[in-house]
Write a protein that binds this ligand. Structure first.
Ligand code: CO
Length: 139
């Protein structure tokens, strides 16, 4: 495994609509996707394109959402995770486990429709890391 591109920065927010306005008004964002629901993962998601990466806005789908707890601690929202691309998620998971990292659960299909997995923040100085399989990209 080698470190791939930064695919996106995940940002938790209590309101995707309000956050979209902030990026539009303060930063001039224009490439703003349509928000969509991922009820199986307990989140609503909206992607904003920057020239070299994306911002993934994440709003809780309901109170049982995995990020509801994050927003209780950070009511205004905040940076939640960073996502790096890997060529093969199974290889990445096996290597991380062999090196003693704590991989959170099994790979599953993420907001981009590709396999993703999360690595515990304790392994990255407090930062939650998402890995996304992007075959064919230059890793
Ligand atoms: Co993400």
């Amino acid at each position: 495994m080698s470190l791939g591109r930064l695919n996106h920065v995940g940002v938790a927010t209590p309101s995707i609509a309000k956050s979209v306005e902030t990026y539009r008004v303060l930063l001039g964002a224009t490439a703003i996707g349509e928000p969509f629901d991922l009820p199986a993962q307990g989140v609503k998601v909206c992607f904003i394109d920057a020239p070299n990466t994306q911002i993934e806005l994440i709003e809780p789908y309901d109170e049982s959402s995995p990020i509801a707890g994050f927003l209780r601690k950070n009511p205004a929202g905040g940076q939640h995770h960073v996502c790096f691309e890997v060529a093969d998620i199974a290889v990445a998971v096996a290597e991380l486990k062999a090196k003693g990292a704590t991989v959170l659960g099994e790979p599953r299909i993420g907001a981009h429709g590709t396999p993703i997995v999360f690595v515990h923040p304790k392994d990255f100085g407090g930062m939650l890391v998402e890995l996304m399989e992007t075959p064919g990209e230059d890793h």
